[in-house]
Write a protein of this length. Structure first.
Length: 104
């Protein structure tokens, strides 16, 4: 004669199954979010934020800046402006322009 599982056993296994399903759903959502993030990066990588055209990389001293051939926008990555300012001489027109903007 088979033994019927207790109510506590039933509750335990249902809880375990629910936790496994929730973990699987969370993993699927995380994978979907990562895939969407990669897709959006590929879609926008090296495109002008203003007009959407493909950016061209050009050297300015030791720094590689991104230029838009259509709207003539200049886009800098993190710390590239600081590198350009440090390499500019004290009497350069660029340094004078930065003083107008309030930079040191």
């Amino acid at each position: 004669m088979p033994i019927k599982p207790s109510e506590a056993e039933e509750r335990y296994f249902k809880t375990q199954e629910l936790q496994m399903r929730m973990q699987k759903l969370a993993d699927e959502q995380r994978a979907t979010a990562e895939a969407e993030k990669r897709r959006l990066k590929e879609l926008h990588w090296m495109h002008c934020p203003k007009c959407g055209q493909q950016l061209a990389a050009e050297k300015y001293g030791t720094v590689e800046v991104d230029l838009c051939p259509t709207c003539k926008g200049v886009w800098l990555d993190a710390y590239e402006l600081e590198t350009i300012v440090e390499s500019a001489g004290q009497s350069s027109p660029f340094r004078a322009f930065l003083k107008i903007l309030g930079a040191r």
